[in-house]
Design a protein around this ligand. Structure first.
Ligand code: HEC
Length: 155
């Protein structure tokens, strides 16, 4: 009985939260551009990191800085995605409105991605080898990309 009341109350709180309309943003386009900047900074840095690791890009002196650059961008993802821009702005975006309807799930995935990226930065800053860093990226970072894009991007 008591449990039933709790469940009902939690249900009410959740329904209330879900129905609250998204606040109108000062400039939704700036929010959209900002989160794309952080995603593409991480993605571009990771691409360069892998090109160096595979010997395609002769920039091994930049390796540690690139890992830290990717980590700095990833640490800003939760803030970058926090503004619900659904239905606002004219800047091109592939972000689905379901991100903010399922914020706990979405931000949880960002937390997991960030934990992996910070672990890679920790490895490089502790003097780990290129192979060590790539192993962390493969185990804890790249595994997160596709599933989230599949669920939360329009294409
Ligand atoms: C928690 C979900 C999530 C994870 C994990 C995630 N992304 Fe994204 N990513 C998104 C969403 C949502 C967008 C669309 C942003 C927009 O268009 O407003 C996006 C967009 C991008 C873009 C395009 C940015 C632009 O300029 O339009 C790149 C590149 C990208 N992600 C790379 C990655 C890579 C690489 C990984 C893994 C290392 C990754 N993402 C992991 C959700 C995620």
């Amino acid at each position: 009985m008591r449990k039933g009341v709790c469940v009902a109350l939690v249900g009410c709180v959740l329904i209330g939260g879900g129905m609250a309309s998204a606040p109108v943003l000062a400039d939704a386009d700036e929010d959209i551009r900002y989160r794309k900047l952080q995603m593409s900074t991480m993605g571009g840095s990771l691409r360069a990191i892998m090109s160096i690791a595979q010997g395609k890009l002769d920039k091994s002196d930049d390796f540690a800085a690139l890992v830290n650059q990717a980590a700095a961008a990833t640490a800003l993802h939760e803030s970058a995605f926090s503004a619900n821009t659904d239905g606002q702005g004219s800047e091109e975006t592939t972000a689905k409105g379901s991100i903010w309807e399922n914020w706990e799930d979405f931000s949880g995935r960002l937390t997991k991605l960030n934990a992996g990226m910070q672990a890679a930065a920790g490895a490089v800053n502790d003097g780990g080898s290129t192979e060590d860093v790539v192993a962390v990226l493969k185990d804890q970072v790249f595994v997160n990309c596709k599933s989230c894009h599949d669920d939360y991007r329009t294409k």
